[in-house]
Ligand binder design. Structure first.
Ligand code: SF4
Length: 884
C-alpha cells in the first residue's frame, strides 16, 4: 500500500469498514480489513467528498460570537461547577453520540460518573440498540454479540428481522449475497415493509407492526413440538426454558390465529417455521425494527429464546446477531456511555462493580445509581431539573421523539453546550456555547463495530479551523473543574491504555469484555494497531470470534437465561382519528440528520425530497397520487412531505425517512410526530409505530429554484433543499392562488440580480434567471402545479462551472435544451451517476434478466454495489410490465 495512504475506518454504520484514505481525498476500501475486505458502500465511497465540506464550525462561539477555546471552556466549567454547587450533580448532563471515538466516550463517562458524581450521561445509541443491550444482559448476563460477520457467510438460513440490511449495512449485505450465490443461503425477511433487502430473499413476512414476539413465540413452540430443540444444551447451559415455552404456547400454539394476528398467510408462517426448525446453521440478524419499540427488549429476547432452544449459538453459522446502526455504538457500550451502565461492562446493580471502578479511578464520589436515559434526560431538561447540558456530536432536536418538546426544553435550559463539526444544525441553534469538533479524517482513536472488532480511526488531515478532539475538550473541562490528576492524558493512546486496563481490572473471567492484551500497548503499537476482535487472548480468556462456544455464559450460574415473554400491543394504536401507522427509518444514501451526507451532491441525488411512502390502497382512499404534497399528522404534531405511492408499503402504514430536518426542509422532522413512549427495560423509544392521519394538501403552485448559494425560502409553505453539483436545488410549492403566489415569487426575486425574466400573471407563470459573467447563477421557475418543466436539464447547467452557450441561454426559461437530450431520471447508481431512465431502457432493449448485464452496459452496480437491490427490483418491474 502507498505509504501516503492511511488505513482508517468508515464513520457511518456499525459494519465498521476499513478505509484506505489519503489527504487529497482519494478513498478506497481497505482490502485487509476483516469487516469489508476492500468494499465500501455508496456512503463510504463518497467519504472523500466530505473532506473540506462547507459549513464547518471553525471556532468556539459564545452566544453566537467567536471566542477563544480558553474563554469558552472557562465559561463551560464555571457554569457546570456553579450549577452543581447550587443544585447538585444531577442538575448537569452529557448527551453524547455513537459517532464519538472510544477514547472520547471513555473520558466523558469517567468525568460524569466518576468525578461529577452523576449518572447523567447518555448517548444517542439509546435510540439505536439499547433494547439489544438489555436483551443481551437479560439472556447472557453481559452485553455481548455472540457471533461474527463470517457467520452470515457460512449459515444456510439467514433471517433478517426489522433490518433493511441492503440499505443500512450494505457491505455486510453484499457479503451475505455473495455467500448466497456460492452456497444457496436461504434468506427470510421479516419486516412490515417490502424493503430493498427483500430483493433476492426467499420469503418476506410483512408482519403487522408489533407482532414480532408472537411470531417468535410461535417459532419457539413449533421448535419444541417438532423436536428441533437441543436437549443437551438446554439441560447443561440454560435456565428458564419451561416458563418461556409455557408463555409461548399460551399465546402462539394456534398457528392460524398467529398468522391472522401477524397479518401473513398460514402457508408463509409454516414455511418460515419449518425452514428455521430444519436448518441447523441459522443466523437471525436484527436491528432497529426490533429495537426501536416500546417492547424492544422482549422482541430481542423472543429471538434469542429460539436460538437458545435450538442450541444455535456460539457455533459457525449460528446465532442471534444484533447489528448496530452507528460506527461506535459498541465502543460506547464498552466504556459505559449509556446512563444505566458503569464502565467496562460493569453495572450499577452490582455494588462490588461500583467500588471496583471507584478504586480504579480513585474517584470516591462516583455515581452510585444510573442516570437518566435519553428521553427522560430531555424531559428533565424541560422540567428544569437538568440546568446545564453538553451535547456532543449529535442532533437531538431532530432525532429524539417528541422533538417539539425537546426544542422547547433546550430553549428553556439555562446552559446548553454543543460540540459539533457543522455550524448550523437544528440543535446548534439552541447552544449558548458552540465548540468546534474534529471530523472524520481529523480525529484519532478507536471504534468497535458490530462484531466486536476494534479498529483505528486515524487522522490524515490537519484539523479545520480551531477544531479540537472531543477527548481534549472534555479533559480541559475536567481540569478546570479541579480534576487534573485523573484527566492528564497526553493523547488517545494513553486513554485507550487506561480503558483496556479497567476492562482487565480484577477480572478473572467474570466479565467477557477484557482488553488485557492491549493494556500495555505502547504509542507505536497503538499507532499501528491492526483491527482486532475482543475478547483478546489473555490470562483467563481465549480470544475467539464466537462467544459461548463452551456453553458457559456470563450469568452468575453460567447458564443462559430464557425470558418468558408475551406479545403486548404497542404503546400507541390506530384510532378513527389516526388510522395509519407511521414507520420511520433510513434511506440508502443519507446518514442520520444529513449534516455530512446532506452536503454531498452524489448522495443527495438518490432522494431529493422527503418522501412519504404510502400503499396504493390507502392512496386511492385518500385521493393521493405520487408527487402530491401530503400532510402527516399525529397527536404530537404535523409534517409535510412528497407522497410516493408504492407497492412496498402494506395498507394501513406510511413510511417516512428519519433524516430530514429544518436545514433541508420547511417542515419534515419525523420526530415531531412521535410520542415519547419507551421500552420499560431499555428506555429505547418507539420510533416505528406512531398512529397518524395523512391528507393531501392542495398546492396551487409549485416550482423549483436552482442556485449556487443557499437561500432562505421564507414564506414558502413547502420546500426541500438538496446539494447538487455546483449548487443547490430547492423544490417549492404553496397553496396560494396565483396573485398571492406572485407576491411571494417577487419577494424572493428581490434578492437576486435578474438577467432574464418571464411573467404571465393571467396563467400564474413566473420564471427568471440570473447570469453572472456568462455563467448561470440562479434560476427560478414556478407556475400552476404540474406545469413546471423537469429540472434535470437546468440542474445540469450548474455543473462544471455553469458557462452558458447561446443555445442554452436562448431556451433557459423554457427549462429545456434547444435539441432534446436523453433524460437521466432519478439517480440509482451514485458511483457512476446512472439514472433510472437509462437503466430501464437498457433492460428493455437488451431483455436483461441479471444485474451483471446492467453493469456490463452501464457500469451501474459494479463499484460499491449499494444499488444492486434497486437494479434487481427494476429488472423485476420491467419483466412484470412486459408480461402485462
Ligand atoms: Fe461505511 Fe457503508 Fe461500510 Fe457502513 S457499509 S461502514 S456506511 S462503507
Amino acid at each position: 500500500m502507498d505509504t501516503s495512504v492511511v488505513r482508517t475506518t468508515c464513520p457511518y454504520c456499525g459494519v465498521g469498514c476499513g478505509v484506505a484514505a489519503s489527504a487529497t481525498g482519494a478513498i478506497a476500501g481497505d482490502r485487509d480489513h476483516r469487516a469489508n475486505f476492500g468494499r465500501l458502500c455508496s456512503k463510504g465511497s463518497a467519504l472523500g467528498d466530505t473532506l473540506g465540506m462547507p459549513g464547518r464550525l471553525l471556532f468556539p462561539q459564545i452566544s453566537g460570537e467567536t471566542a477563544t477555546w480558553d474563554a469558552a471552556l472557562d465559561l463551560v466549567a464555571a457554569r457546570f461547577a456553579g450549577t452543581i454547587a447550587r443544585y447538585g450533580p444531577d442538575a448537569v448532563a452529557f448527551y453524547v453520540s455513537g459517532q464519538l471515538l472510544t477514547e472520547d466516550y471513555y473520558v466523558a463517562n469517567k468525568l460524569m460518573k466518576g468525578f461529577i458524581g452523576s449518572g447523567n450521561i447518555d448517548t444517542n445509541s439509546r435510540l439505536c440498540m439499547a433494547s439489544s443491550v438489555a436483551g443481551h444482559r437479560r439472556a447472557f448476563g453481559e452485553d455481548v454479540v455472540p457471533g461474527c460477520y463470517e457467520d452470515l457467510e457460512v449459515a444456510d438460513l439467514v433471517v433478517l428481522v426489522g433490518s433493511n440490511l441492503a440499505w443500512c449495512h450494505p457491505v455486510l449485505h453484499r457479503r451475505l449475497m455473495d455467500a448466497r450465490e456460492k452456497r444457496g443461503t436461504r434468506i427470510v425477511v421479516i419486516d412490515p415493509r417490502r424493503t430493498a433487502s427483500c430483493e433476492g430473499a426467499d420469503l418476506h413476512l410483512a408482519i403487522e407492526p408489533g407482532t414480532d414476539v408472537l411470531l417468535f413465540n410461535a417459532l419457539l413452540g413449533y421448535a419444541a413440538a417438532v423436536g428441533a430443540t437441543d436437549t443437551t444444551f438446554l439441560t447443561n447451559s440454560t435456565s428458564g426454558f419451561e416458563a418461556a415455552l409455557d408463555a409461548a404456547q399460551c399465546e402462539a400454539s394456534d398457528l392460524q390465529r398467529v398468522a391472522a394476528t401477524c397479518g401473513i398467510s398460514l402457508g408463509d408462517l409454516e414455511t418460515f417455521l419449518s425452514w428455521f426448525a430444519a436448518t441447523r446453521r441459522t443466523v437471525t440478524v436484527y436491528s432497529q425494527g426490533v429495537n426501536q419499540s416500546s417492547r424492544g427488549t422482549d422482541k430481542v429476547n423472543a429471538i434469542i429464546n429460539c436460538h437458545l432452544a435450538t442450541g444455535r449459538i456460539g457455533k459457525p453459522g449460528c446465532g442471534p446477531f444484533s447489528i448496530t446502526g452507528q460506527p461506535n455504538a459498541m465502543g460506547g457500550r464498552e466504556v459505559g456511555g449509556l446512563a444505566n451502565q458503569l464502565a467496562a461492562h460493569m453495572t450499577f446493580e452490582n455494588a462490588a462493580d461500583v467500588e471496583r471502578v471507584s478504586r480504579f479511578w480513585r474517584a470516591p464520589d462516583i455515581a452510585r445509581a444510573p442516570g437518566l436515559k435519553a428521553v427522560d434526560m430531555f424531559e428533565a431538561v424541560g422540567e428544569g431539573k437538568i440546568r446545564a447540558i453538553w451535547i456532543m456530536g449529535t442532533n437531538p432536536a431532530v432525532s429524539l421523539p417528541n422533538s417539539s418538546r425537546v426544542r422547547a426544553a433546550l430553549t428553556a435550559c439555562d446552559f446548553v453546550v454543543v460540540s459539533e463539526c457543522v455550524e448550523k444544525t437544528d440543535t446548534t441553534a439552541f447552544a449558548h456555547v458552540l465548540l468546534p469538533a474534529q471530523s472524520w479524517g481529523e480525529k484519532d482513536g478507536t471504534v468497535t463495530n458490530s462484531d466486536r472488532t476494534i479498529s483505528r480511526q486515524r487522522a490524515f488531515r490537519r484539523a479545520t479551523g480551531e477544531a479540537r478532539a472531543d477527548w481534549w475538550a472534555i479533559c480541559e473541562l475536567a481540569r478546570r473543574m479541579g480534576f487534573s490528576d485523573a484527566f492528564s492524558f497526553a493523547g488517545p493512546a494513553q486513554i485507550f491504555r487506561e480503558h483496556a486496563r479497567l476492562s482487565a481490572f480484577e477480572n478473572d473471567g467474570e466479565r467477557v469484555f477484557n482488553l488485557a492484551g492491549l493494556a500495555h500497548i505502547d504509542d507505536e503499537g497503538y499507532a499501528t494497531l491492526e483491527p482486532v476482535q475482543w475478547p483478546l487472548p489473555g490470562k483467563t480468556t481465549e480470544g475467539t470470534k464466537r462467544l459461548f462456544a463452551d456453553g458457559r455464559f456470563a450469568t452468575p450460574s453460567g447458564r443462559a437465561r430464557f425470558a418468558a415473554v408475551r406479545c403486548e400491543k404497542p404503546a400507541s394504536r390506530r384510532s378513527d382519528r389516526f388510522p395509519l401507522i407511521l414507520n420511520t427509518g433510513r434511506t440508502r444514501d443519507q446518514w442520520h440528520t444529513m449534516s455530512q451526507t446532506g452536503a454531498i451532491a452524489r448522495l443527495a441525488a438518490h432522494a431529493s425530497e422527503p418522501a412519504a411512502a404510502i400503499s396504493k390502497v390507502d392512496a386511492q382512499a385518500l385521493g393521493v397520487v405520487s408527487g402530491d404534497i401530503v400532510r402527516i399528522e399525529s397527536e404530537r404534531g404535523t409534517v409535510m412531505a412528497r407522497a410516493s405511492v408504492i407497492d412496498g408499503v402494506t395498507g394501513g402504514q406510511v413510511f417516512l425517512p428519519m433524516h430530514w430536518n429544518d436545514q433541508f426542509t420547511a417542515n419534515c422532522v419525523a420526530g415531531t410526530l412521535i410520542p415519547p413512549h419507551v421500552d420499560a427495560i431499555s428506555g429505547q423509544p418507539e420510533l416505528k409505530c406512531t398512529p397518524v392521519r395523512v391528507e393531501r394538501v392542495e398546492m396551487r403552485w409549485s416550482g423549483f429554484w436552482v442556485t449556487r448559494v443557499p437561500i432562505a425560502p421564507d414564506g414558502i409553505s413547502y420546500w426541500a433543499r438538496i446539494r447538487i453539483d455546483g449548487g443547490y436545488l430547492y423544490e417549492l410549492a404553496g397553496p396560494e392562488a396565483s396573485p398571492e403566489a406572485l407576491q411571494i415569487w417577487r419577494a424572493i426575486a428581490e434578492h437576486a440580480a435578474i438577467t432574464v425574466e418571464y411573467e404571465d400573471v393571467r396563467r400564474g407563470v413566473f420564471r427568471w434567471a440570473s447570469i453572472v459573467e456568462g455563467t448561470l447563477d440562479s434560476v427560478f421557475l414556478a407556475g400552476p402545479t404540474g406545469s413546471v418543466p423537469d429540472r434535470e436539464w437546468l440542474k445540469s447547467r450548474f455543473s462544471g462551472g455553469g458557462a452558458l452557450d447561446d443555445a442554452a441561454r436562448a431556451t433557459l426559461l423554457s427549462g429545456r435544451p434547444a435539441i432534446a437530450e436523453k433524460r437521466k431520471g432519478k439517480t440509482i447508481c451514485s458511483c457512476f451517476d446512472v439514472g433510472s431512465l437509462a437503466i430501464a431502457e437498457a433492460i428493455r432493449t437488451h431483455a436483461m434478466v441479471d444485474v451483471k448485464e446492467i453493469g456490463r452496459h452501464l457500469r451501474a452496480g459494479t463499484n460499491c454495489g449499494s444499488c444492486i437491490p434497486e437494479l434487481r427490483e427494476m429488472i423485476a418491474h420491467e419483466s412484470r410490465m412486459a408480461a402485462e
